[in-house]
Write a protein that binds this ligand. Sequence first.
Ligand code: BGC
Length: 737
Amino acid sequence: MRKHVIAAIFCACSFSVLMAQTPIYLDDNQPIEARVKDALSRMTLEEKVALCHAQSKFSTPGVRRLGIPEIWMSDGPHGVRAEINWNDWGYANWTNDSITAFPALTCLAATWNPEMAAIYGKSVGEEARYRRKDILLGPGLNIYRTPLNGRNFEYMGEDPYLTSVMCVPYIQGVQKNGVAVCVKHYVLNNQEKWRGHIDVELSDRALYEIYLPAFKAAVQKGEAWSIMGSYNKVRGQHACHNALTLNKILKGDWGFDGVVVTDWGGCHDTYEAAMNGLDIEMGSYTNGLTSESKFTYDDYYLAKPYLRMLKEGKVPVSTVDDKASRILRLIFRTGMNRHKPYGSLTTEAHYQAAQEIGDEGIVLLKNAPVSKKTSPLLPISAEKINKILVVGDNATRMLNQGGGSSELKVKDMVSPLDGLRALYGNKIVYTKGYAAGRALYDHADKISQAVEDSLRMEAVRLAKDADLVILVGGLNKNHFQDCEGADRLSYGLPFGQNELIDALTAVNKNMVLVLLSGNAVEMPWVRKVPAIVQGWYLGSMGGKSIADILSGSVNPSGKLPFSFPVKLTDCGANAFDELCYPGDSIKEVYKEDILVGYRWYDTKKIPALFSFGHGLSYTTFAYGKPVVSSKKMEGNGTLTVTIPVKNTGSVAGKEVVQLYIGDEKCSVMRPVKELKAFSKIALQPGEEKQVSFTLSPDELKYYDDVKKDWVAEPGKFKVYIGSSSTDIRGTVEFELL
Ligand code: BGC
């Protein structure tokens, strides 16, 4: 008996000794904050500083002595980028890093369907997890300010509300995999020209109402675990170490508990980086794309120079404790999270997700009959057609190559030509029509810009006896197109496509134009082309999605996330002088203020070529009268707006019902109307649904730059219900008491 008692006591003791030996930071059952505190308490100053800067192009060191792993990052946002060399920008030539390319974020935004964003995030997050990444560098949330910005294709359009709604499920989907997003580029990186240093000046209203909301939603609703500071300056200080945007707004007002990572080479000063909210410094002394340097990682601003300043007492140790705590928190959420799933790569489900997102994001801009006697050109009725001429470099081009850091190495890829051939077989004849050079994201001078007349003439010859011409054109991912590092040089289509369109429509009126781009383009020929489709960059399954839409096996339901101005100077950012865009090379002033996108066109009464929210369907929808649950809203109350919507055509379809609010009498200038809610509904032919939106005073507010707060001013408000921002189907008013 005594023996047993002694043995039991011995066992209990050794168990508790063992337990005591398991450090809290290694124990999954402990709360993350306790693990952070414990790990931090075990680290030397040198180890803490080491966490704060890169050890290679895409990783940071862990703490080897404590078994805390490195952080591995990858671009984003449309798929997981191929492996890059440890110490230079070259690709590592691994053979296991081919992935699924998902549609560009402009296309995701054009679905106006948060469920698509959830599937996107989940799928790309699974691929990142399988590739053993801890941080996926995306999504991009910068607002579309001018169609010249080379990087608009990586963002979600011109409206802060649409971007805010769409980014949240993407973020949650990625992070469920134990992979952090890195929301970028915070903030005011609205152009690529002079992106490394341009100093943006704007009003508080424009900052809070237009450029910050999506980042706020990402942090507060999406609970993003990291965010990337942008290259540019904001009010005189670099965005990667900016007292206002990082310390006050992000970490102070919004309570962000994650990690601020620089854009690659975005750090410029040790003291500011220490004091102004930067946590991890990446890519210093490079341009983030091509240029290298002789400096080593130890020379980074947050490496030895930081350690020195800490030791000399020039910056407080609390700064590095805060940075290291945030980085440890991210490591416990990702690399040291033992409960995360394993991920998967290039699965059927991922291809299906890519196709579905493409199907829902493609926008039918125009669909007119060729003559009074015929029906609209789309969908293609194959029985009547024997020869389809497909023209265009983009029909076969690998559009995942180029574009900058979002470039992808795809495992499988269905081009538009492949997709159409799979449906229409030998009815298809292909010719190039124009030449756009090889895929490259720098050195435009190396890419021939010459217009090749012989290609155009051959296309015209073949078009003469074709029943239908499908031109797959647009921009591509080369320098000065939709590409990081520079802006577009002009608003028009490149490579002689305008001349090509004129020549083709002169010999054959049955023409469908599929534009692949992440930006609006000028369309001087718009009246001559009966059917125009905005096909974005669609990734691995692009050709299938395009064939789905053109054939009508999927009814288009995408809506534009940005407006297409008739001409460049119609756009707010391009309506002023050079200081407004692109700046004088040092400074830039956002003179259009809060009137970005449709807010500008509406308020200034400038008709857009295609409006924000526009997108046609192969069916028609009838809207009934909007009804408001009460004509008065209490200062802290809510009310509901309900509209019946019916499918009045003969095929099933999806409609995006959009709700805008206007405040006609206000003590400050307000846009005519602003998007405040939307809902995408599916309707069978003849089916009707009631669509309801709940509104609160929050949807009525503007940012008061004197009070430094959001204000809803009592008085009348007008609700606009529309199928686009200009196709308004009903209005109703109420009063805020
Ligand atoms: C880009 C970032 C990207 C980073 C790493 C930079 O050039 O601006 O968006 O994540 O490089 O590739």
